[in-house]
Design a protein around this ligand. Structure first.
Ligand code: PLP
Length: 293
């Protein structure tokens, strides 16, 4: 299946595997009307789900936080995702899955009782970040974090993230690092944030202001395993301005070096030693996970 015929992709919708072109949802779905739902993005390497347990746990936490009943058991989720993977030829994929509260004919903020959640999942080829981007790093600006106070929930309601991404683009940047009303770094528009100072990695602690990233968790584990100091600590914008290195992390981009911040070079202006080590160890770790499955 190449890019041109991706419309032949198979998606999962409410118990059925069907062609993407035939997948339709009701206009009265609360996901469509209210953004009333949660989602996950799970990477797949060599046709195997990466950090499935962690992603499933985060999905359950998100569902629980918004009082949507988990529609499937753990083994049903696993079977669904593996079936979706098998139906596509790509070795590396990323799965997008979404659960909304379901269809309610009478539009009302208050959800009716007994709604059936809408479950949707599809998969895409996962391409590694282009080598030239990893060689040069990306440009980022800081922006006020205009989101709500429940950013630990992976909610489909992403309008602020879209607006901040647009604002970054309008200023010639690739992305934004967000600063809370208290003046602290929270995360990227779709990623967690890290900085390095004198060989130590810093990342903001988990809180309601940011998503507990699975990639972030893996980076912490790798840093620990290799004796690279990593501290979860509040980061001010002043600290970020003095950083030797800055990175963003997410399931699809892994650890991504930032080399320009608000128009100024970060450290040497090139992806540097600590990122290079973490990036290498990350790939090693992925290989180890694949071999143990
Ligand atoms: C707001 C936000 N923070 C952090 C992340 C990184 O999370 P993960 O590493 O689990 O992909 C994402 C991923 O999409 C995100 O949207």
């Amino acid at each position: 299946m190449n890019h041109a015929n991706q419309l032949e992709q198979i998606v999962y919708l409410n118990g059925h595997f069907i062609p993407m072109v035939d997948s339709k949802i009701s206009t009265q779905d609360r996901g469509f009307l209210f953004g009333d739902g949660v989602y996950e993005v799970i990477p797949v390497y060599d046709s195997k789900l990466f950090r499935f347990k962690e992603h499933l746990q985060r999905l359950k936490n998100s569902l629980n936080a918004v009082s949507i009943q988990n529609p499937l058991s753990d083994s049903e989720w696993l079977t669904l995702l593996n079936t979706l993977i098998e139906k596509h030829p790509w070795k590396d994929q990323y799965i997008y899955l979404q659960v909304t509260r379901g269809i309610q004919i009478q539009r009302d903020h208050l959800p009716a009782e007994g709604l059936t959640p809408t479950v949707y999942a599809y998969t895409n080829p996962l391409k590694p970040v282009a080598p030239h981007i990893l060689e040069s790093g990306i440009k980022v600006i800081t922006l006020e974090d205009i989101r709500w106070l429940k950013c630990d929930i992976k909610a489909i309601t992403l309008l602020p993230n879209v607006m901040m991404k647009l604002a970054a683009k309008a200023q010639g940047a690739d992305d934004a690092i967000l600063v809370s009303r208290e003046g602290l770094i929270t995360e990227g528009t779709a990623s967690n944030a890290f900085m390095v100072k004198e060989g130590t990695i810093f990342t903001p602690p988990n809180s309601n202001k940011l998503l507990p990233g699975i990639t972030r968790q893996v980076i912490e584990r790798i840093a620990n395993a290799h004796g690279i100091p990593l501290i979860e600590q509040d980061i001010t914008e002043a600290m970020l301005n003095e950083a030797d290195e800055i990175w963003l992390s997410s399931s699809t981009k892994e650890a991504l070096p930032v080399t320009m911040l608000n128009g100024n070079p970060v450290g040497t202006g090139k992806p540097s030693a600590v990122w290079q080590n973490i990036n290498r160890f990350y790939h090693q770790y992925k290989q180890e996970c694949l071999q143990t499955k």
